[in-house]
Unconditional design. Sequence first.
Length: 41
Amino acid sequence: MQRIEDGYRGMRLLMNLNWDRLLWPTAITIGLMIGSYAVPV
C-alpha cells in the first residue's frame, strides 16, 4: 500500500512538472502572437 501511495505521489509530481513545462511555451507563444497583432504594420 505504501509503495502504491509513493508511486501515485511521484506520478502526480511528474504530471505537475509536465503541465508546467507545457504551460510556459504555450503562454510565451500566445504572448508573442498577441504582441505581433498589437503592433501596427
